[in-house]
Design a protein around this ligand. Structure first.
Ligand SMILES: *[C@@H]1O[C@H](CO)[C@@H](O)[C@H](O)[C@H]1NC(C)=O
Length: 178
């Protein structure tokens, strides 16, 4: 290899790595054509999984930006969530703060509460959060598939409505009482 090629390679390699790292940078992530929507009230921290119910599993989630749109709320929890919450067995919560203003991205640790192992933060990994402008502003999260089931990302705080109920004007009402 001649010197010019080595020189070019030295320029190109860091650029290549930078580009591959950049893939998780926002890059239009607040655009509805870019982020994917998850509308699942059972992901609420006040939704408790019980034996016999199907537990939510994010093992098949594809890498990418996500917005939680359910009526239970759109934010992932930033304090420890106990096992069997969020409609799953091992809930994922965030150790860190949401970005405080629009168009800011932060990286925080995501913790899996796997039967309270490691103080509720088993095998932490990084999640990016972007605050998007809107009325009201909202957050999108860069997520990856979980390594196993039943492990799932939490979002929202409102207790989901029971079966046969719908959420209407800030409360759960029977479908047939309308
Ligand atoms: C996990 O720890 C919390 C808080 O210490 C406790 O309330 C809960 O019962 C524990 N859950 C399991 C499944 O061990």
């Amino acid at each position: 290899m001649d010197l010019v090629s080595i020189f070019l390679l030295n320029l190109a390699l860091p650029l290549f790595f930078e580009l591959s790292l950049c893939q998780t940078d926002c890059n239009g992530c607040c655009n509805p054509n870019t982020y994917k929507v998850i509308n699942e009230p059972r992901r609420s921290i006040n939704s408790i999984w019980k034996q016999g119910q199907t537990a939510i599993c994010d093992g098949t989630l594809s890498w990418g930006w996500y917005r939680f749109t359910s009526y239970v709320g759109g934010q992932m929890p930033t304090s420890r969530v106990n096992p069997y919450h969020c409609g799953t067995v091992a809930p994922i919560w965030l150790r860190g703060k949401h970005p405080s203003s629009a168009d800011l991205t932060v990286t925080v640790q995501a913790c899996t509460n796997f039967f309270n192992l490691s103080n509720g933060c088993h095998q932490p990994f990084n999640v990016k959060i972007r605050q998007c402008s809107g009325s009201p502003p909202f957050f999108v999260y860069y997520l990856k598939p979980t390594y196993s089931c039943a492990v799932a990302y939490c979002a929202g705080t409102i207790k989901p409505c029971g079966y046969g109920q719908v959420y209407l004007m800030n409360q759960c009402v029977g479908k047939f009482r309308l």
